[in-house]
Design a binder for this molecule. Structure first.
Ligand SMILES: [Ca+2]
Length: 148
């Protein structure tokens, strides 16, 4: 599904052109990209003033806690931050969510999941990576409260 071409919704293209470009590069329609833009704007307004999501902001969005470090959250951030510039822009956000689209192939979903566990990026999921990921999930999982 192509590369991430637009760092921000701005620059030389109009907002509509950027929305249409992202829609053409993903399985999302123009209307769905518009909705994702509204969501992204709401998320970034909570954590930054520059329409970018930093690692700390991403951590806060997912866990409501900026102090607790989570291996799975950090790894997920690394996968969303496709340019490795320590921030997630709107284009990266849309392209990353495209992996979870129903029309995304099982192969792409499996590759994303593999990269999530291949924390050392060796091309193999090693026992230590599984152990660390399992511990991370165990630590970050909150117990469910039984409602009456
Ligand atoms: Ca980035």
């Amino acid at each position: 599904m192509g590369c991430v071409c637009s760092k921000h919704l701005g620059g030389t293209r109009t907002r509509h052109e950027n929305i249409s470009l992202l829609a053409s590069q993903t399985f999302f329609s123009d209307a769905e990209v518009e909705v994702l833009h509204e969501l992204f704007t709401k998320l970034t307004s909570c954590v930054s003033s520059d329409n970018l999501i930093t690692k700390e902001g991403f951590q806060f969005i997912l866990t409501k806690d900026t102090k607790r470090r989570s291996l799975s959250t950090e790894r997920m951030f690394g996968l969303f931050d496709m340019r490795n510039d320590e921030a997630i822009d709107f284009g990266e956000f849309v392209h990353s969510l495209n992996i979870f689209h129903p029309n995304s192939t099982q192969r792409d979903k499996a590759l994303f999941a593999f990269r999530l566990y291949d924390t050392r990026q060796t091309g193999f999921i090693e026992p230590e990576e599984v152990r660390r990921s399992s511990l991370s999930h165990k630590i970050t999982r909150t117990p469910k409260v039984k409602e009456n």
